[in-house]
Design a protein around this ligand. Structure first.
Ligand code: IPM
Ligand code: MN
Length: 393
């Protein structure tokens, strides 16, 4: 196994704290397994923008594009940090990379670990068995309602000026009107839906049980979604061994909460995926548990879904598991892409460490009803990894 070039972007607020725990875990794998990383850390985000007038140092986008096998991002977003045109400061990092590196599949696993309680009603209750919540949401990541903003951000990242889109008129509307186009393309839909089918097949092999794929859209109302669903059926016809289902996003939100056991792989257009994954995180114990991968043909970026949570920044209290799960996804994706069986083992071991931590009643942060600190949970997982790795390698 070679050395992987890893670019770490801690970003804003609690992003920095959870990234410190990720670094701790990665160091354990470097020490006790054949895994090896050449790490470059780049400051970035809204806070960095307020301090320096830049979202990240010049050349950072190029470094991510040309010198990174994987990118690990903490969180972007800080109160009051806006670009002169009102866009999110730091957007160049998260959105510029999604668009500029063609990271078209945003993969967000939703899994309730045994020993963790979901957060429906805002309190912890064990209603489902953990096996009932084990799905992966695949969010289209480069177009839809985000398209214009994504383009503005990737153009900023490569130093092009914003290209304004043509303004149409809206008959029947009066006074000031702002609007956002929601383009959905055949190519963009095909690639993410194919990815979702491949993932369903991969899970079928890995978990040894059949997987269903559900297409979620609003094809009863929008033309873009009609195209999305049409393509879903075309690709389904090429994959008859995968069971399919379909839902409109409104009804889906209800089924997601009521019958999560019926979902395996879910594929959604961009904005619906953004919304549905926050909702789904409640089933897995909250946003502190939600990791993600942003995957493209040549690049990959991993990040917790939760954001920078300014309210908790600097307090060492937020849950690092979403970030450690993102590192787990990184090991898995590197292993898969580079046919690296050592990396596959590292991915399994990190998953095992996280699972056993919860199963055996390990310490948890406030969001899961405990009072452990961010770094205490990170230390506990690191210790488990070390034990497992010493036995393995
Ligand atoms: C997410 C976030 C981002 C998004 C924001 C920070 C731009 O909510 O990753 O889900 O809307 O995609
Ligand atoms: Mn979101």
């Amino acid at each position: 196994m070679g050395e992987y070039r890893l670019t770490v972007l801690p970003g804003d607020g609690t992003g920095k704290e959870v990234i410190a725990e990720a670094a701790k875990i990665i160091a354990v794998f470097e020490k006790f397994s054949p895994a090896s990383f050449n790490i470059t850390t780049i400051p970035c985000g809204g806070e960095y923008y307020l301090e320096t007038g830049k979202e990240w140092p010049d050349g950072s986008f190029e470094h991510c594009r040309d010198n990174s096998d994987a990118i690990l991002l903490g969180a972007i977003g800080w109160p009051g940090a806006r670009l002169p045109n009102g866009d999110l400061a730091g957007g160049q990092v998260i959105l510029g990379l999604r668009s500029g590196l063609n990271l078209f599949a945003n993969v967000r696993p939703v899994k309730l670990f045994p020993g963790v309680k979901h957060k429906i009603h805002g309190v912890h209750k064990q209603v489902w068995d953990s096996e009932q919540v084990d799905m992966v949401m695949v969010r289209e990541n480069t177009e839809g309602l985000y398209h214009a903003l994504l383009r503005r951000m990737s153009q900023r990242a490569i130093g092009e000026t914003d290209k304004q889109m043509v303004i149409e008129s809206f008959p029947g509307l009066e006074g000031e009107v702002k609007w956002d186009a929601r383009p959905i393309s055949r190519k963009g839909s095909e690639r993410v839906i194919k990815f979702a089918f491949n993932l369903a097949q991969h899970r079928q092999r890995k978990l040894g049980k059949s997987q269903k794929i559900t297409c979620v859209d609003k094809s009863n109302v929008t033309r873009g979604c009609r195209l999305f669903r049409e393509i879903f059926h075309e690709i389904a016809a090429e994959n008859p061994e995968i069971e399919i289902d379909e839902a409109y996003i409104d009804a889906f939100t209800m089924w997601l909460v009521r019958n999560p056991e019926q979902l395996d792989v879910v594929v959604l257009p961009n904005m619906f995926g953004d919304i549905a994954t926050d909702l789904a995180s409640v089933l897995q114990g909250g946003m502190g548990m939600a990791g993600s991968a942003n995957l493209g043909p040549n690049h990959m970026l991993f990040e917790p879904v939760h954001g920078s949570s300014p309210k908790y920044a600097g307090k060492n209290v937020v849950n690092p598991i979403a970030t450690l799960s993102s590192v787990q996804l990184m090991f898995e994706a590197l292993g898969y892409r580079h046919h690296d069986s050592d990396m596959d083992r590292c991915a399994d071991i990190l998953m095992q460490a996280i699972e056993e931590h919860f199963k055996e009643g390990g310490s948890v942060t406030y969001d899961l009803g405990g009072n452990a600190s961010t770094s205490e949970v990170g230390d506990a997982i690191a210790e488990r990894c070390e034990k497992l790795l010493r036995a393995e390698f």
